[in-house]
Design a protein around this ligand. Structure first.
Ligand SMILES: *Cc1c(COP(=O)(O)O)cnc(C)c1O
Length: 351
């Protein structure tokens, strides 16, 4: 039976990528060695790193003046790295709190300076995106989470601010067009839409850095990593290679423009069913719904056993909601084919 992987992360990856990744572990190209046993400074791996970087640049139209890095520590370290590289000593920063991940980002930044929570949707269990936040003046940056992987909400517009803008794009990067020039720093853990866990992408405007007046440990210092082309220490070669393969796959498919259309179609298919099927209802405010992680629940909880058996028996994997939200969450990252969403929708119709 075909298994349809709706996991929220680590995510589904294209079959052809998994195949090539597997081969590279045994024998990388024609060099007679495995990818994971060669020097990260050898020509074959330096080429992988360069390819990965230039794919990010071309797929997202990253302008001049921005650097692209593949680091470690996940987006969870990105919370602190983004703050320590931009928040001035005795500085102030603004955060929009739209869920678990924003809350964690705020917690880390709080270790470094004054953090103003300019808007929050906590009052309604993070089921919506707060609009028109009042952004105070004199802040070093505004931070937000573009897609809330857990509650299933997504910013469909970039928040307006004159301050430098930092965004955790872990779960919707490469899923739709984005104007990188509006951002000063973007970070994203690979395992939601780009590759396996183990590397974190940073896209940073170089002119943003070097202004905090604080001592930054080397491993957290984006300027150190830029100077060393993401090879200050041994980079996570395998996750970077698999990310490169996924980005090549995306490029072949037609890039971000093409995948955005497919993602729109997948989201419409599932949300139309949620809205028209009396057995289900969505959990997020309609205008703020995530196209990556739709969340929904049963209207009649007595049907839970029947519904859980139906999808479990038919190859649907990973749609249990996050423990903090409950219900169901069907994550539909780039590599999920629309046929899998159709399979889920057909089962919803059968309940
Ligand atoms: C998964 C996720 C994180 C945490 O990522 P790690 O790589 O596990 O640290 C942070 N932010 C968002 C939006 C996420 O989806």
């Amino acid at each position: 039976m075909k298994i349809h992987n709706f996991s929220a992360g680590p995510c589904i990856l294209p079959q052809e990528v998994l195949q090539k990744a597997a081969e590279s572990v045994v024998q990388f190209g024609d060099i007679g060695l495995s990818l994971i046993e060669i020097s990260h400074r050898s020509a074959p791996f330096v080429e992988v790193m360069n390819n990965a970087r230039s794919l990010v640049r071309s797929l997202l139209n990253v302008p001049e003046g921005y650097e692209i890095l593949f680091l470690q520590g996940g987006a969870s370290l990105g919370f602190y790295i983004s703050a320590i590289n931009v928040l001035k000593e005795s500085g102030k920063a603004a955060y929009i709190n739209t869920g678990t991940w924003s809350t964690k980002a705020i917690k880390e930044a709080n270790l470094l300076g004054e953090i103003v929570e300019v808007a929050s949707s906590k009052d309604k269990k993070f089921s919506y995106i707060p609009k028109d936040s009042e952004i105070p003046s004199g802040i070093d940056f505004l931070h937000y989470t573009s897609n809330n992987t857990i509650s299933g909400t997504q910013f469909h517009e970039i928040p307006k601010t004159n301050a430098p803008l930092i965004c955790d794009m872990s779960s919707d990067i490469f899923s739709k067009k984005v104007d990188v020039s509006k951002f000063d720093l973007i970070y994203a853990g690979a395992q939601k839409n780009m590759g396996p866990a183990g590397t974190t992408l940073y896209i940073v405007k170089k002119s943003l850095l070097g202004k905090t007046g604080r001592a930054i440990p080397s491993m957290l210092d984006l300027e150190v990593h830029i100077a060393k082309d993401s090879m200050f220490n041994t980079p996570p070669v395998f996750p970077i290679y698999v990310s490169m393969l996924t980005l090549e796959w995306l490029e072949k498919l037609g890039g971000v423009d093409a995948i955005e259309k497919i993602n729109d179609a997948k989201a419409k298919l599932l949300y139309d069913e949620i809205d028209s099927n009396p057995n289900f209802r969505g959990l997020a405010a309609v205008e703020d719904r995530s196209k990556m992680n739709p969340t929904f629940e049963l209207t009649d909880s007595s049907k839970k056993e029947a519904w859980d058996k139906l999808w479990n028996d038919n190859g649907i994997s990973g749609i249990s909601g996050h423990r903090s939200v409950g219900g169901y969450r069907a994550s539909m990252y780039n590599a999920m084919p629309i046929e899998s969403v159709q399979t889920l929708v057909d089962l919803m119709k059968k309940l």
